[in-house]
Design a protein around this ligand. Structure first.
Ligand code: GUN
Length: 290
């Protein structure tokens, strides 16, 4: 067994937030500060927790936080009108509409209505297309944070084989684009993939974004591989304790992986730090376009 480095997402996120805080402090001297608008519809418990944390950290780094909480029976047209108002508001530089939205809302139409320049989630098709063609664009926060963690242990990824398990628009697909842009040979695996264990065993980088506890077994990991666990799964363990665990069987991967992110304390803290960083970048593009 060789030593596995545990990638400390909290520490990397704290360093990124410290950088953001000092950038914002410099901006405060010269005029307006970046503002992030967060829209929460309804009372989904997980969304409430995420939004509370996003708002807290927004204000901690000195950004302006604009909060909109709407009832779960809000009409499509009223939500659209709010997005349009935020698009026009000069104090708002980033807009985040927390997902999932209630079933009666057409989420695609809402995400399309967000001004791509303020789309700090990177979900708008304009940003998706720009990332795919490597022509700039706002990068979704979880893949961006995951890339920063990978490159914190290995900056040059050229020629490495990478596998992402999970083909979501939020994580899997943009992650594939980012790894491709770093000259990796990329496999995007999903529920119909054959021989998943063999595909993983051939990979130098493994990004697990499945949403099923411990479904990626340690023995599948290539010795020395970098493992990024995006999963956040709430379970009750054998001792009857509620716990949050990832998609990777962490204990099995120890001593086999070269580096691995823990859950919690890995990708999670990076997602919010990258949201704040995307907001400052959106502000800077808007106020000093060169
Ligand atoms: N719900 C779960 N993750 C996310 C995210 O990154 N952005 C938004 N807007 N909603 C989410």
């Amino acid at each position: 067994m060789s030593e596995t480095k545990i990638i400390d997402g909290k520490a990397v996120a704290a360093a990124l937030k410290a950088e953001i805080r000092s950038k914002v402090a410099r901006l405060q001297h010269s005029g307006p500060i970046p503002g992030l608008a967060v829209v929460l519809v309804g009372h989904d418990p997980a969304s409430e927790i995420y939004v509370r944390s996003k708002i807290k950290q927004t204000t901690e780094v000195g950004l302006a936080s604009i909060e909109h909480r709407l009832d779960s029976d809000v009409l499509q047209e009223d939500l659209l009108r709010l997005v349009e108002e935020l698009n026009e508001d000069p104090a708002v530089h980033g807009i985040l509409v927390q997902l999932p939205l209630p079933a009666h809302i057409n989420s695609t139409e809402i995400l399309l209505a967000i001004d791509p320049r303020k789309d700090v989630d990177g979900f708008h098709p304009i940003n998706v297309g720009m990332i795919a063609t490597q022509s700039g664009g706002i990068v979704p926060c979880t893949p961006l944070g995951s890339m920063k963690l990978i490159q914190s242990v290995r900056p040059d990824l050229a020629g490495l084989k990478a596998i992402i398990i999970g083909r979501s628009n939020i994580v899997g697909k943009p992650m594939a684009q980012l790894l491709l842009a770093q000259d990796c040979t990329v496999t995007l695996a999903h529920s119909k993939t054959r021989n998943l264990a063999e595909e993983i065993a051939a990979s130098d980088i493994v990004v697990a974004a499945v949403g099923r506890p411990h479904c990626i077994r340690g023995e599948w990991i290539k010795p020395g591989a970098i493992v990024i666990d995006v999963g956040i799964n709430r379970i009750v363990d054998e001792q009857g304790q509620r716990r949050i665990v990832g998609d990777v069987a962490f204990d099995e991967a120890l001593g086999r992986a070269g580096a691995i992110t823990p859950v919690p304390g890995g990708v999670g803290p990076m997602t919010i730090a990258c949201l704040l960083s995307n907001t400052v970048d959106a502000f800077l593009r808007e106020t000093c376009p060169d």
